[in-house]
Design a protein around this ligand. Structure first.
Ligand SMILES: *[C@@H]1O[C@H](CO)[C@@H](O)[C@H](O)[C@H]1NC(C)=O
Ligand SMILES: *[C@@H]1O[C@H](CO)[C@@H](O)[C@H](O)[C@H]1NC(C)=O
Length: 349
């Protein structure tokens, strides 16, 4: 008798559990640059790659996947935390098909930007092309799940857009100094109009829960600090101010779009503050080194410069905020993901 009660309680528990999971997020769909590229660049002809050691040294099986880190990306941690899957696959990975992509996929490409000129520079996938791939994915999803079910997945999925840093980094390295205040404003407006257009197009295609990422404190990236060595290798304030200004404007764009696009849930997911906190209080997050990255000397190496023969590469990535001169370690990525879920993505759940 007692046995039976426990059994029915158990069944009830399972059923209740199920009824909750019906509301669960069905998929995470990702656009952007190396901050969220799960390995698409492995399959295109570009020098911006990371599918070799020591990249991925803390990944399951010490596997370099094309993620620009020693392990997982924030989007992987988000997917895992939402109970979807532990890794978001790259769309161009020939080992994956619609069965894998149906619960989440990344169209991102390291080195890309809002601006076509940015992606052209390293022959990577431009943002407009990422959207074309997404349309192809939609067609595949509809033939895989049927129209109705596919449309439901597409409208309930979380969409993450993380791009823009390369536009500013490259403009900085090409121009070293902006020609005038006016040109900065102009360029920002240009990028914002592309961002707004992109979000509106996604909405038209059926997306409803969209998080667009603000820019990180770019002036604190090891590469930018190294360029600042004449001035003590601190964060480049000028760049951080530019980023803050851009993030404010992006916030205004988000407010405008929320007003105009009926039924959209749109958030500006800001990583600036959490990264700023980590960079300025590394101890309290368990980091010893915030200025130098792990790979190589930690001052300037990215991509092929981070090869496994580089004797300077650190042994303790968990002590470093940055993995290479432009990208964060897995440990940082996990902290960023937790912050994003708590402060921004909770709106979608
Ligand atoms: C996807 O790949 C898996 C394993 O390789 C295979 O079993 C499955 O049939 C494929 N699905 C589709 C829709 O092609
Ligand atoms: C980027 O290039 C694509 C393809 O050539 C074009 O359709 C699009 O309008 C361009 N974007 C901008 C903002 O110029």
């Amino acid at each position: 008798m007692y046995y039976k009660v426990v059994y029915y309680l158990f069944i009830a528990y399972i059923l209740l559990g199920r009824s909750c999971t019906c509301k669960k997020i069905p998929a995470i769909i990702v656009f952007g640059d190396s901050s969220v590229d799960a390995g698409n660049n492995n399959y295109i002809s570009t020098i911006l790659k990371s599918n070799f050691e020591p990249y991925g040294c803390d990944f399951d099986g010490r596997k370099p996947t094309g993620r620009f880190s020693n392990g997982k990306l924030p989007t992987d941690f988000i997917s895992q935390a939402l109970g979807i899957k532990s890794l978001i696959p790259a769309y161009l990975d020939p080992k994956c098909n619609i069965t894998d992509f149906a619960t989440g996929v990344s169209f991102a490409s390291a080195g890309t930007g809002y601006d076509n000129a940015t992606s052209d520079l390293f022959s990577v996938i431009p943002l407009w092309k990422e959207l074309e791939y997404y349309k192809e994915f939609q067609r595949d999803l509809r033939s895989y799940l049927g129209h109705e079910k596919a449309n439901q997945v597409l409208s309930e999925a979380i969409y993450i857009i993380s791009v823009g840093t390369n536009d500013f980094l490259e403009k900085y390295s090409v121009l070293s100094k902006w020609t005038s205040e006016y040109s900065v404003e102009n360029y920002e407006q240009y990028l914002l109009s592309i961002a707004e257009n992109f979000i509106a197009k996604l909405y038209k295609l059926g997306a409803r829960k969209i998080a667009v990422a603000g820019l990180p404190p770019m002036g604190c990236l090891p590469l930018e600090r190294t360029k600042n060595f004449m001035f003590g290798s601190g964060c480049v304030e000028e760049q951080n101010n530019l980023v803050k200004d851009f993030n404010e404007k992006l916030k205004a764009s988000v407010a405008m779009l929320k007003h105009n696009l009926v039924g959209i849930k749109l958030v500006l997911s800001d990583t600036y503050d959490i990264l700023w906190n980590i960079i300025h209080n590394p101890d309290s997050f368990g980091f010893a080194d915030v200025r130098k990255a792990c790979c190589g000397t930690g001052l300037f190496e990215i991509g092929y410069m981070c090869d496994k023969l580089n004797i300077f590469t650190c042994w303790d990535p968990n002590n470093h905020v940055f993995w290479d001169a432009l990208h964060t370690t897995e440990k940082t990525n996990r902290i960023v993901a937790d912050d994003l879920i708590k402060n921004y993505l909770s709106e979608f759940l």
